[in-house]
Design a protein around this ligand. Structure first.
Ligand code: NAD
Length: 490
């Protein structure tokens, strides 16, 4: 029997009463690491009741005192940095370097949220009428829930958690049932820091647990990151029960390659973007759009660079790319590649069914590049979420921008060029929320919003920074008069 993960409710570690469990499997070795309880709705209710009871006192705790917990959290995360990164690699498969990068981003959000006393400031306007003042205060929204995906188990909870807490909310986090161990470890740190009971809660589970969150009358705000169909569902269902909600969805990120781009640097960056984390990033390059003959320059270079990527267990040094998350994912990705070939793509580098010595059972693919893919076809339009790069040719920058703007998703779009004019035109016209200019993974720093558009995002306010503060607070406007003898001339 593998370790059953615990929930953390009202300051206590609790065994779930779940009758169903999901195995957490190391995708490189196929070893079962733990069992995630698929917590029933009653446990969401317990967490919500605890969070509600903790809210009044946490809200009254001055912001300057609330952030002291975050300073401690930052210190504890630094002390446990390697253990957290290792947990990510074990349960998710990405390389240890990628996992370290992920934890760095998580910590960066804690650091930014330590600025809440200034970020949460209100506004004041004196004498809006004679003797009348008006001001705006930010107050926490109450109980907030954070629902997470498998691909960044250490970072994505921290896109929200530090801001929600620092703004005076109490919180319930629901990690991915496939990668819940990292957060279980992070909650050990939150427990050690000694947040008042009920302020931070962890409920493990799957779709039923999520739906219980979406319907729960106590929960006022929901953040979600995951696939587009589930994001759409979360957005609609949470809104139907009167919650504020932001839901980040899937992606299909195009990188535009112009013939005047630096070949060596661009090749390296595109390869890192397409094949880092085995393509399981919401900011992974998925399409290379070669403009005006750039295909002849870049495809051979990309093929050579991608072929030399070392695929293996992410814990081992020298490995560039780990496995995909599950056997179902591997089968799905290989099926999409097959379909893309039937639709007329040309195989440049075939990464299907590799044998990785020592890890023959792991869920591995090697980097795959398919060129000349048709614009309306499977490889051009589907979020593959694996190490597959489709290449298309277009004649002009205008054609490339039209292609970007014709896509269903809008998480990221990038351009590689030596021309400032082409870059500016692209930045100005491309319909995507995160833009890279000679950058392949345009991940915003914690003090900028993580800005998906179109089917990559449902809502108004995004994750991180000032948007998170806005999301986790509600504004109250006060119009105020104190009658004084010298003010009585209306
Ligand atoms: P997923 O949608 O399968 O799961 C995300 C969460 O939703 C999990 O906590 C899961 O328990 C829950 N869930 C799954 N099915 C549900 C259902 N039917 N009803 C209610 N809840 C349900 O996503 P995933 O596979 O874990 O993550 C990968 C996806 O996340 C990709 O599409 C990727 O692009 C996206 N992603 C987006 C961003 C972004 O910023 N836009 C960031 C990271 C990942």
């Amino acid at each position: 029997m593998h370790e059953r993960l615990l929930n953390y409710i009202n300051g206590q570690w609790r065994e779930s009463a779940a009758t169903a469990f999901q195995a957490v499997v190391n995708p490189a070795t196929t070893e079962t690491l733990a069992q995630t309880p698929l917590s029933p709705p009653g446990e969401v209710d317990e967490a919500a009741q605890a969070a509600l009871a903790a809210f009044p006192d946490w809200r009254r705790t001055p912001a300057t005192a609330r952030i002291q917990y975050l300073f401690k959290l930052k210190a504890r995360m630094e002390e446990n940095f390697e253990e957290l990164a290792r947990a990510i690699t074990l349960e998710n498969g990405k390389t240890l370097d990628d996992a370290r990068g992920e934890m760095r981003r998580a910590i960066e959000n804690v650091e930014v949220a330590c600025g809440i006393p200034s970020m949460m400031l209100g506004d004041f306007s004196e004498d809006v009428a004679r003797g009348v003042d008006e001001y705006m205060i930010r107050q926490p929204v109450g109980v907030a829930a954070i629902i997470c995906p498998f691909n960044f188990p250490g970072m994505i909870p921290f896109w929200y958690l530090p801001y929600a807490l620092a703004c005076g909310n109490t919180v319930i986090v629901k990690p991915s049932e496939r990668c819940p161990i990292t957060l279980q470890k992070a909650f050990r740190l939150l427990d050690e820091i000694g947040f008042p009971p009920g302020v931070v809660n962890l409920v493990n589970g799957g779709a039923e647990t999520v739906n219980a969150v979406l319907d729960h009358p106590i929960i006022s705000a929901v953040t979600f990151v995951g696939s587009t169909p589930v994001a759409r569902h979360v957005y609609a269902r949470a809104a139907a029960s009167g919650k504020r909600v932001q839901a980040q969805g899937g992606a299909k990120n195009p990188l535009i390659l112009l013939p005047d781009a630096d070949v060596e640097l661009t090749t390296q960056i595109v390869i890192d973007s397409a094949f880092g984390n085995a393509g399981q990033r919401c900011l992974a390059a998925s399409l290379a759009v070669a403009v005006g003959g750039a295909e002849e320059i870049f495809v051979p270079a990309l093929a050579e660079g991608a072929a030399s990527r070392v695929v293996g267990n992410g814990l081992e040094t020298g490995v560039h790319m780990g496995p995909v998350i599950s056997p179902q994912s591997k089968t799905r990705i290989q099926g999409l590649i097959d379909q893309g070939m039937q639709e007329g793509g040309e195989m440049v580098l075939d990464g299907r069914n590799p044998t990785i010595q020592g890890y023959e059972e792991g869920y591995f693919l090697r980097p795959t590049i398919i060129s000349d893919i048709p614009p309306g076809g499977t490889i051009a339009r589907t979020e593959i979420f694996g190490p597959v790069l489709g290449v298309m040719r277009v004649a002009t920058v205008e054609d490339a921008i039209a292609l970007v703007n014709g896509g269903e998703y809008g998480n990221m779009a990038c351009v590689f060029t030596g021309s400032g004019a082409a870059a500016r035109k692209f930045r100005y016209e491309a319909n995507a929320g995160n833009i890279g200019i000679n950058i392949g993974v345009a991940a915003p720093m914690a003090f900028f919003p993580f800005s998906g558009w179109k089917n990559s995002f449902f809502g108004t306010l995004h994750a991180q920074g000032a948007h998170a503060v806005e999301f986790f607070t509600q504004t109250k406007v006060v119009v105020e008069r104190w009658l004084q003898s010298w003010e009585r001339k209306f």
